[in-house]
Design a protein around this ligand. Sequence first.
Ligand SMILES: [Zn+2]
Length: 527
Amino acid sequence: MSRTGFSVTVYGGAPGEIGGNRILLEWAARRWLLDFGMRFGLTGKFFEEFVQPRGATLGLRDYLRMGLIPPLEGLYRHDLSAHDPGLWTRYRSHPQYRTVDRVDGVLLSHGHVDHVGSIGFLREDIPVYTGLTTALIGKCLQDPKPTGVDGEFNYLVPRAAKGDMLEVLRGAPRTQRRHFIATDGTDVTDPAAAIQQLASFWGWVPGERTAIRSAPLELLDQRGLGDLGLRFWRVDHSIPGAAAFGIETPIGWVIYSGDLRMHGHSRQRTEKFVKAAAALQPALLIIEGTRVGQSDPVTEPDVHQAAEEVVRQTGGVVIADFTARNIERLRTFRDIATARGRRLVVTTKDAYMLEHLNVIDPNIPHPASEGLAILDEPQGTVQSWEKEVRQRFAANFVRAADIRREPGGYILCLSYWDITNLIDLEPEGGTYIYSSSEAHSEEQEIDAQRLTNWLDHFGLRKVGGLPGAEQGPYHASGHIDGPALEGLIEDIGAERMLPVHTEHPEWFEKRWGKRVVRVGEGVPEML
Ligand SMILES: [Zn+2]
């Protein structure tokens, strides 16, 4: 036992693994989780679209047995093991097994699934501290697919035992709101008013008649944060609302970077964070290292320039492939569309998110704003969230037939998952701009090849990081490059550092030697 009793345990995102961050900080007075994301690599090792963990009927069982969540008794929702009272006795001899009787909260850095994705398993009384934007992104991600144990990060659907399986608990209200505490309203002049404006949306669950009254979205001001020994700073990343945290501990301040960069439009947020973190003279910096091997990063203005040139050369339709949660990229293509006399077309799911994020950040384009339109895709049953979008924005929908008539009038935000739309669009003489990160797993490579097959089948010009495509600066990464990271670490000047979310811990060790803390997955490191 160390003098301070402070320890850090990495249950996901340990050196060697990109993403799936789950870090536990604990000492006598407190226990904080830093993110609780989904581990893509490990999940993909065993599962795919048609081989899925059986969460709906068997709760935690498959996730524990396949190592997708660590065996920490007491950390998870009780209802997910209600059918299996002997579950935990089977894990008592597991090397990572321990009981976790109390957690003060999850400090959620941002809304990417490798950071938020496994929160749905956590006990419902564990509060989530995060920015207002990230809280809303979580809800907008879950609403289109409200029930599915591993996606229940915003609200949960309690289960009960039925024999040796689980079923959804009957009786209204079926859903329960997880306790979210918004730690800032940085982009909002009056965060309290914004929360009030969002209250009915926050309490609404698609398919439920009654709003959820329990656990409204709470706002914690700087003083409240300070009382908990916490700091919160927004940083520059490829999703809005991304943040870093500071945690006051017996060893001194611990800084958690989340994911960040210094080459986006919000680089000044990261710079401010670095200054403020340095002023705390931190004892430990938990820092991401996704792209330490890169230097001279492509910037958003580079993407703008290259993509605009391609749009200028294209007479037909342009399809831009990027995740719509990357609002910076969405604005880049919105601006290109406007400059080239085109409209930017998004999916209903994207429109849903944009509408609600616009309430707290007017810089996020509203789906009914000038220059935007929503794609009217052929639908079978229309879900309730989507019905509402269709009603509210009826005038803003465009159909494939409209686009076929005037293909030079549009830029469509679509991705691999929406690719069947090409059949309706018949996009002759068009261009596909792949504006996302390149495939890095075998499965992604197969998807990229399949996407390429579609584009070739329809005779589209291909640019960006796809096999056989014209290469160029069509994507700016969400992650800081090596030289900038080196500067950031020197500027913060923490006594020690723990690299996470990186395949190259040796990059850190080469530079900072013994100041780098080495951890094994699931092994508490006393500091
Ligand atoms: Zn991220």
